[in-house]
Design a protein. Sequence first.
Length: 642
Amino acid sequence: MDSSNGIHYIELSPNPIRFDAVSQLTNVFFDDSNKQIFAVRSGGATGVVVKGPGPTEDTVISFCMNDRGGSIRSIKFSPDNQILAVQRKENAVEFICFQGDQPLLQDIITHQVKTNIYGFVWVHSREVALISNTGVEVFSIVPEKRQVRSVKSLSIGIKWFAWCCDAHVALLCTSEGNALIPVLVKQKVITKLPKVDLGTPNREVEESKVTLGQVYGVLAVLILQPNPLTFQMEVEVHLLNGPGLAPRKCHVLRLSLMGRFAINTVDNLFVVHHQSTGTSLLFDIALPGEVINDVTYHAPITPGRSIKPFALKLPSLSPDGQILQCELYSTHWVLFQPNIVIDAKLGCMWYLNLCIEPLCQLISDRIRLTELLLQRSNGKPVLLKVLAQLMDDQYKGTLIPVLETIFNRINKIYASWVQLELQSQTAQPSNVKTSSVKQATPPIVLIDQLDMVQIFQRIAHRSYTEAILMMYLQSLNKFNIAAQEDLSKIIITELIHNRSFDTLRRLVSYSMLLESKSVACYLLANSDVDTAISQVAIDMLGRIQAHEIIIEVMLGQGKVIDALRLAKNSLGLEKVPARKFLEAAHKTKDDLIFHSVFRFFQMRNLKLYETLSFPKTEQCTEFIQHYNNTFMTESAIKPQTA
């Protein structure tokens, strides 16, 4: 697990939240729901400084409280920062109302119970859940009446609990210590969920070995334990897969190490920190692994690496300041979900971030890398870069089998998105406003045809480009995705450049390119290369019944009789413009063609107007004169002799 080559795929946020470090006079508390740090300084009056993330910069709330006896065990603001809950005793919680950012110390509400309170969590701006040795109870705070009212309760013997603020779920360990029960706790709601399936009867789980978090939107119960055969540590991942389903062991993270570990979740990756080696292991449960008895066993994505070194600027009188190299994996570090690292002695709180590009350098398997990037929030630009590299001159098309698999991976997601979009459009009732219809949620990474066209444009006219384009088009067809205009045009350009007219004809005959007037006209614009292209364009126009354009093309090619036949059948006899066809026939300088066209319109006139004469509005005088001069003389058209 050597990290000496300087590649780091995990880093601490560049601007940590700074707070007063732990000392004999200062205690530090963290509220993982509001992500607030409380630095509580004891003395004659208790001074409190609260820091946390704000809309533009870190927000700071400073105030003083009376020392009411007993050290503070827990301290948390309500979600709107208007009520402060403080626990000093094991059986009581104080509620202090705020006006602005200052406490109303004369209106403290003390709520005392007959149980041992393990902790509390705010579930609403005026509702708090107390978790004690006898169960969970939700209370409503009524500041104007200085009352605390019980709203909902669940009686159950509890040994310890863990809380996931994102899922609003408390994991309760029963007093016997051999059952883990998740409980959904929301405003006025306590819902007991099926207990975690631990596999072994009467198995006891220690609080220090359990982490509760979310991955890919699903609640995960992580249990650190030694492998019974190798005695090396591994992490069981129990997922709460749906209502009524017990969280069961779905995955196991193989750490292949012994010692102390801590777990974060970053961008749907589990980051397992190993203190003695000073490294962090990455796991993605969406990637395939070894499946044993319906449980997927995962190795780390890459060998472990250290978090990127962090230099902290210290206050100093000198212009350059002082720089402190922070101790990574310090014994003073405390980790919170999902990605928070706190060094209480140093007085810093960081967010742990994923460095996706350095991680890519460590993964040689491009298919596995694709699967990884498709699940990362900032994976799209990196994946597009990887795709461009696989298609450049360095490989000259030798990686087409790899590209085929990658195309299928990205187009499977693309097809699902297209289907969701279609469903959201077709399912919308006509009497419902658009704003009230729930829109389809796009996937984490969506690579569509426009993204791919930008890459294809860079490799135009290479020896291998046609093969790559055909592979991508075939993948789209596999997932029933229609080719769009830009992709169709770049394929047409490449096929014409390579004189692959048979391939072009087949693609059009099987409707694998976009059938539109724009694409057909694009074909016609390139028809000077070969006459076959013109016919392909006409075939496409025929499919979309763009008869007017086909007629114009035929007239331009001198195929006046064919154009006239199509016009009669598609437009109707009365809508065929006589002057246009007579003019085209005259340009051919073929008397037989002109005679046939002229006689056609004479017969049309007779049928429509009961006369051979042309209406003046059709402005055919010059062609009538040409007909009379050419064909109405005695020698113009000689009768055939037997």
